[in-house]
Design a protein around this ligand. Structure first.
Ligand SMILES: CC(C)(COP(=O)(O)OP(=O)(O)OC[C@H]1O[C@@H](n2cnc3c(N)ncnc32)[C@H](O)[C@@H]1OP(=O)(O)O)[C@@H](O)C(=O)NCCC(=O)NCCS
Length: 180
């Protein structure tokens, strides 16, 4: 039985907890292209600078922040304004208990209020848990970008996943009349 998870908007006071969870992901070498550690002041500044359509949330278990999640616009182009990239990080000790699933479900539920119609995720193909999280939350794999960016001096592929937030659109595979 998963423990009770309280999900709420993050504040500057969550900077240290968010940073510690993020640094675990950085050290894994498969969660993000970011490298190095950031101090609490930098993380506070990062939180304060988030635009309104780029919310950050914390997931608390028994009063302790054990996960965080975020949405961010996918592109500056106006016609993609309804597409957001999602982020979910769970502390190593809290993984495998449905926390990531609930953080992502919360983002899916929250996103339309910010004007988003689709979520995309950019995942290193070696990150099995992140791919499983996305697939099991109804995302489909769009494809894998070859040598999309470098991490520690090495070219890395990036798999994109997507989920449309309008169930009717999500069910449409191809427009009528087009050959399959
Ligand atoms: C990816 C991550 C968020 C998953 O969090 P989690 O709390 O362990 O995930 P959950 O326990 O909620 O599992 C979610 C689903 O993925 C599956 N899953 C999670 N880890 C898995 C693994 N190692 N192998 C296979 N399946 C896995 C679960 O079976 C579950 O399926 P369900 O929804 O059908 O029950 C976590 O591993 C993490 O924080 N990784 C580092 C940061 C990162 O890579 N984030 C992704 C980039 S946005």
């Amino acid at each position: 039985m998963p423990s009770a998870l309280r999900i709420r908007a993050a504040s500057g006071d969550d900077a240290a907890a968010i940073g510690a969870i993020y640094d675990e992901g950085v050290r894994s070498g498969v969660a993000t292209f970011a490298t190095g550690a950031h101090d609490e002041a930098e993380r506070r500044a990062w939180l304060a600078a988030r635009p309104a359509r780029a919310p950050v949330y914390c997931g608390e278990l028994e009063g302790r922040v054990r996960a965080w999640s975020a949405l961010a616009p996918y592109s500056h182009r106006s016609w993609y304004e309804g597409v957001a990239e999602y982020t979910v990080y769970v502390a190593g000790a809290a993984r495998g208990d449905g926390v990531g699933r609930r953080m992502l479900a919360h983002l899916i539920a929250a996103a339309p209020a910010f004007g988003y119609w689709k979520l995309v995720g950019m995942i290193l193909p070696e990150n099995g848990p992140a791919l499983a999280l996305a697939r099991n939350a109804g995302f489909r794999v769009v494809g894998t970008h070859h040598a999309h960016a470098t991490l520690a001096g090495r070219w890395r592929d990036v798999t994109m996943v997507e989920r449309h937030l309008d169930p009717e659109v999500a069910g449409v595979r191809k427009p009528d009349g087009l050959p399959s």
